[in-house]
Design a protein around this ligand. Structure first.
Ligand code: PBG
Length: 353
């Protein structure tokens, strides 16, 4: 590029500062690749990325999720291989979601040691140990026949306090199976305190809680419903947050901190960067952001049409979370991007790493 190799050429000294000849020129620090690199604040690092993974009970082969091209519902074997690959590429953690064969009203598969999620956790724990941070979604929606994140009361509403008991049982099953960090994502009041108490009572004081602190009732979870074969007919607006409310995230943050959350999360990601920023500023514990299924689907759909430069768009989307202050980013791109970083980004993408 000519501008990178041409020596700085003095402009005429007769140019006195004036509205047409600014004295202060931010462009000086953008003039060449090296100067941009020198002043760059943020980069994308594999170790900050967490890969969400889906494992399907009874599957013998991986099955691609239609609305998330490139993302699989794994069999146990393909999960194991993909997890190993992601860890070898340096991703910071794996977040597991289970897709059970049978569902029921209380989501019994979630706390059954032989339920698919717990079987998968045991397997990855055996294979990877502490080479990675093994995480599990602590929520019932994948396991309930009605698709809600909790159990229902007699009138069909989601029963907060009865659900807490199920979360305790589920959390214990996950900890026993080898999960290091649990991601309670159901937005029940008191879920962090309830789970912490159950874990501590069994001696699992080293199992961390990555609280889904600000989680909004979002259209951007759409493809995830396909990913977990969700049975949900209605919506989650009585427990997930209203997209119109920002300040409430800080109330949720205060509660999760008081209840003992080790990390907190904002979800979805890109449409809620303002919330992420607010939470980062207020949080004494590390904050994660979740680039959700719909965000992934949007980028992939645009790229499939040739409307975006895929690598650049993916890296820029991840950088946005780092810039907003996220310590960790859950993203379906985690393993792929970690692979790019491991190989070394091509010259035109160096700015991201
Ligand atoms: C609930 C859960 C959901 C997601 C993560 N955990 C679905 C929901 O709340 O409806 C969504 C993740 C995504 O869209 O990528 N167990």
């Amino acid at each position: 590029m000519a501008s990178e190799t041409t020596p700085p050429s003095p402009t005429s000294p007769s140019h006195a500062a004036s509205p047409l000849h600014p004295r202060i020129r931010p462009r000086r620090l953008r003039a060449t690749g090296p100067v941009r690199s020198l002043v760059r604040e943020h980069t994308v690092r594999a170790g900050d990325l967490i890969l969400p993974m889906f494992v399907r009970e009874g599957a013998t082969e991986p099955r691609e999720i239609g609305s998330m091209p490139g993302v699989m519902q794994h069999s146990l074997d393909s999960l194991s291989a993909a997890a190993r690959e992601a860890v070898d590429r340096g991703v910071g953690g794996l977040m597991l979601f289970g897709v059970p064969e049978h569902k029921d009203a209380t989501g019994s598969g979630a706390s059954d040691p032989d339920g698919i999620l717990n079987v998968a956790l045991r397997r990855l724990h055996d294979e990877l140990g502490d080479e990675t941070v093994l995480m599990a979604d602590t929520c019932l929606d994948e396991f309930t026949d009605h698709g809600h994140c909790g159990v229902l009361d007699a009138r069909g509403g989601v029963d907060n306090d009865a659900t807490l008991v199920r979360y305790q049982e589920m959390a214990l099953a996950q900890a026993r199976a080898g999960a290091r960090m649990l991601g309670p994502s159901g937005m029940m009041d008191g879920q962090i305190a309830a789970i912490r108490e159950a874990l501590d009572a069994e001696g699992f004081t080293d199992v961390s809680l990555f609280a889904y602190t600000a989680k909004y009732a979002s259209a951007f979870f759409g493809p995830f419903r396909e990913a977990v074969d969700s049975s949900l007919a209605g919506d989650r607006r009585t427990y997930q947050q209203d997209p119109a409310d920002g300040a409430e995230a800080l109330r949720e943050l205060a509660l999760d901190l008081a209840e003992g959350a080790d990390m907190v999360m904002v979800k979805p990601g890109m449409p809620y960067l303002d919330v992420l920023r607010d939470v980062v500023r207020a949080s004494p514990v590390p904050v994660g952001a979740y680039q959700v299924s719909g965000e992934y689907a949007m980028i992939e759909a645009a790229c499939a049409n040739g409307w975006l430069d895929r690598e650049r768009a993916v890296l820029e989307s991840l950088l946005a979370f780092r810039r907003a202050g996220a310590a960790a980013v859950l993203t379906y791109y985690a393993s792929e991007v970690a692979g790019w970083l491991q190989e070394g980004l091509p010259e035109h993408l160096r700015e991201f790493a």
